[in-house]
Design a binder for this molecule. Structure first.
Ligand code: CLR
Length: 384
């Protein structure tokens, strides 16, 4: 039944929200939603999903061959999907609408050193508000593994679902003992948000994403219920040596569901388990970005504190009052900047129009577009 999962008092508001998304396509971030679907968490916290298995991130550095290293990258990548795409359903009962970050919003965090895996640091900055773009840097300095990326979304509506095209990409770099650097270009899957009719949205992934280095090209295809394995959240990863590099590098195919387990289905390891994310994950520890260790006014948990409190406690009047304060303050800042002919300075990133790594490695896979812009990390965190 329509709106089954929606509190009765919010059903008409949910129905008009659904009508409006059918007509407004592109950017859903600033649309008004009924309170039951609001999440108290800002999108600037989402990059933390990349590292909820810090030991898999650091294990990338411990491999000794290109083949093993690539498999470790793919394993880490697949293991992030459960958190990225199902964790709101687990913690809040359905997909929710995150807080829409303001320009310059920041989030800092870390995963502690445990069992010799080294500490991993996270830094996120909202580098654009219109359209929303989030840039991040995740680094395990002691292991020499670093992920830099940015993401944005283009949304459309089709057959009762929201289709989210992810824009942006990430580059993983690994410092090799030989002194060299291994680079992996990572692109992102397409999302379909289903269950809207009932008021219980959830994500399914579709199409494919890529993990490409000089040595290996890996495509990951995503399918939901009724496709190749018939199960929700299915994927098939195919790893092949880059063109001209056959020889000693093996090919692998891995199949399974990304929120549970997968195994090798072709290649030298056929039949062996590949990944298993049914165990616990490790959420990031938020840290203050000030030298004092405190959180500044633009740090997400400080900035949205009262809005988040209102949403969590069901005090939606306070939530919307506090949200308006933030939005008014932002509008005023933009006006002042316009009048003064200045621009909001980014703290940790520099925007450039093209990414040579994306262009070079992207050519090895079927990647479009052929070029993308990027946000270069200034390497100014943590403060020396
Ligand atoms: C952000 C980047 C992360 C992966 C990720 C997961 C969930 C996505 C989110 C991204 C972008 C914003 C998103 C969200 C799910 C719902 C939300 C698409 C891609 C939209 C804006 C809200 C739609 C509102 C309905 C839930 C009603 O690495």
């Amino acid at each position: 039944q329509a709106g089954e999962a929606v509190p009765p008092a919010q059903r008409s508001s949910w129905a008009s929200f659904l009508k409006s998304i059918a007509s407004v396509s592109g950017d859903l971030s600033s649309m008004t939603c009924p309170p039951f679907i609001l999440s108290p968490v800002s999108l600037t916290e989402f990059p933390a999903y990349w590292c909820e298995h810090p030991e898999l991130f650091s294990a990338i550095a411990d491999q000794t061959t290109e083949e093993q290293r690539t498999l470790a990258v793919v394993k880490w990548f697949i293991s992030t999907l459960k958190g990225q795409y199902t964790s709101r359903n687990e913690s809040m009962g359905s997909e929710k609408k995150p807080l829409n970050p303001v320009l310059g919003e920041l989030f800092y965090g870390k995963w502690p050193d445990l069992n010799g895996r080294g500490e991993t640091q996270l830094l996120v900055e909202q580098v654009s508000h219109h359209p929303p773009i989030t840039a991040y840097a995740i680094e395990n300095k002691s292991k020499g593994v670093k992920l830099i990326g940015h993401n944005a979304q283009k949304t459309s509506f089709s057959g009762g679902s929201i289709i989210v095209k992810q824009i942006g990409h990430a580059t993983l770099t690994v410092q090799l003992p030989s002194g060299g650097v291994a680079e992996y270009l990572i692109t992102l899957p397409r999302l379909r948000i289903d269950g809207l009719w009932y008021g219980a949205p959830y994500i399914e992934l579709s199409e494919s994403s890529w993990i490409i280095s000089k040595h290996y090209v890996c495509s990951v295809e995503y399918k939901g219920k009724g496709y190749f394995s018939g199960k929700t959240h299915s994927f098939k990863a195919t790893l092949n040596p880059a063109p001209g590099l056959g020889g000693s590098l093996g090919s692998h195919v891995i199949e399974g569901t990304w929120h549970t387990t997968s195994k090798f289905t072709s290649g030298p390891k056929s039949g062996l388990e590949f990944h298993n994310v049914t165990g616990p994950k490790e959420e990031v520890t938020a840290i203050g970005g000030q030298t004092s260790g405190e959180m500044g006014d633009f740090e997400t948990r400080q900035l949205w504190k009262l809005v988040a409190k209102g949403i969590r406690e069901g005090d939606f009047d306070m939530a919307s009052r506090e949200k308006s304060k933030i939005e008014n303050d932002q509008r005023q800042r933009r006006k002042d900047e316009l009048a003064a002919g200045t621009k909001w300075p980014l703290k940790h990133f520099v925007h450039v129009d093209s990414d040579p790594t994306y262009e070079q490695l992207g050519k090895l896979g079927k990647i479009s577009p052929s070029t993308e812009d990027m946000y270069v990390f200034k390497e100014n965190w943590p403060p020396a």
